[in-house]
Ligand binder design. Structure first.
Ligand code: GUN
Ligand code: ZN
Length: 433
């Protein structure tokens, strides 16, 4: 069936910090036409209604239509330890995270959590994500089954961690074999993808990291996700374990894990040379501001990473991150940049949460800009979601309206979420058209 959706449409076709207004695609009163889950036309209402005179149109005038958000770094296994405070990274992992992840040895718990997790993503406007499961392979399967049912673009991986506390630790080679079995069964199935997932350098033996590099090299369509240089204590521990490596990034590089399919979360303590080598390899970064603030990890130097033209996406990093909402995440990203005297423009922030994330995950052929030919994963955003937002955005030009939504908005501003043109979530109060 062919259907039109009318509203104020905004998306990015490139990085606006380099391409300026040319990178902004905007129809103040526009329609996207969806057929078989794809965007087949997008233009002003005037042009679309002339071209498609019999089109059925869901009229959401007053709402913004945007691409669904792409969460570049999140742990589905940590929804039950979100907002567990009082610790910095290493203590938090040991005291809060590992006991929570142990629960995923239970299949029913994994399935129920996967289901909850994806619903929470949809409520927050997130339609694609790069996800950490746990070291239990069946926790990945539970997520894949749920994502397949929801028809969402989910790239996930079994966590490799043979040096972790006993109950969570996998076997050095067994964990690698389990990863390969998951790749063979799930990679490219529906909208699913696999990322080989060594938790971080401290929780895998050198032998397991060598194996992870081999798998990444053997399967050209998969990604690699891990954590890098998140806290000073972590960097010091890495230095102690790998004294001959020039820095933390070189540790991953030596194991074949620094590639253009690599996504590194955090990168707070990278030197200039680190950013340079990361850029040269074509690897990317997941910027996770709510997590970095919650754990007190530090401030990501976004401006510097961006100057190196590194692909940077936004990560909620739940459960160290404090919200599923990439709007809430944009708000904290703005403040983290502000503290370092960089002005994160509202269109740039939207780019990070959509097309940049899609580029980072290698799915920008399919999603991220809501252009003709892309899959129709999109959200309706209500600029009047709260009385204060309504007052602040009334008659405001787009950049101001967008900025207010990014700074003050969260899941309440997501009026509806569509997966391949089908409504997957609708906020109470949003008209059902
Ligand atoms: N470093 C290693 N594991 C983790 C994790 O689960 N969360 C965060 N934020 N950092 C990590
Ligand atoms: Zn993380």
């Amino acid at each position: 069936m062919r259907q039109g959706f009318r509203g104020e449409i905004v998306s990015l076709t490139d990085d606006p910090s380099f391409y300026g207004d040319k990178a902004i695609s905007h129809q103040k009163d526009g329609i996207i036409v969806v057929e078989n889950g794809l965007v087949i036309a997008r233009d002003s209402t005037e042009i679309i209604t002339e071209k498609f005179p019999d089109l059925t149109i869901a009229d959401y005038s007053g709402y913004l239509i945007m691409p669904g958000f792409v969460d570049s770094h999140i742990h589905y296994s940590q929804v039950d330890c979100i907002a567990a405070g009082g610790e910095t990274l290493l203590g938090w992992l040991e005291k809060k995270v590992f006991p929570t992840e142990e629960k995923f040895s239970d299949k029913a718990y994994s399935e129920a959590t996967a289901d909850f997790f994806l619903k929470e993503c949809l409520r927050s406007g997130t339609t694609s994500a790069l996800v950490f499961a746990t070291s239990y392979p069946q926790s990945v399967e539970a997520l894949y089954n749920a994502a397949l049912k929801a028809d969402m673009r989910v790239i996930a991986g079994k966590v490799l961690m043979d040096l972790a506390p006993k109950s969570l630790a996998d076997h050095t080679h067994g964990g690698l074999r389990e990863s390969e079995a998951l790749i063979q069964q799930w990679q490219g199935h529906g909208r699913l993808g696999y990322a080989v997932t060594p938790r971080f350098a401290l929780t895998s033996s050198s032998e397991q990291l060598v194996g992870a590099g081999k798998i990444l090299n053997e399967y050209p369509d998969i990604l690699m996700q891990t954590h890098l240089a998140e806290t000073e204590a972590e960097c010091a521990a890495v230095k102690e374990r790998f004294p001959t490596s020039r820095d933390y990034l070189e540790v991953y590089d030596n194991f074949g894990l620094l590639t253009k399919r690599s996504v590194f979360a955090h990168c707070l303590y990278l030197s200039n040379s680190g950013f340079e080598r990361l850029a040269k390899a074509g690897a990317g970064i997941a910027f996770c501001p709510t997590s970095n603030l919650f754990l007190g990890s530090g401030l990501f130097d976004f401006a510097k990473a961006n100057q190196h033209r590194i692909t940077i996406g936004l990560g909620s990093d739940v459960g160290a991150g404090t919200s599923f909402s990439l709007l809430a995440t944009m708000s904290e990203a703005y403040k983290v940049c502000r503290l370092q005297n960089y002005n994160l423009d509202p269109f740039h922030a939207l780019y990070l949460a959509t097309l940049a994330g899609a580029r980072l995950l290698g799915i920008d052929r399919y999603v991220g800009s809501l252009e003709v030919g892309q899959e129709a994963d999109f959200i309706l955003v209500d600029p009047a979601a709260t009385p204060l937002l309504a007052r602040r955005t009334k008659d405001a030009p787009l950049s101001e309206k967008l900025f207010a939504i990014e700074i003050m908005g969260d899941d309440r501003a997501i009026a509806a979420t569509y997966i391949k043109g089908k409504q997957a979530f609708r906020q109470a109060g949003t008209p059902h058209l």
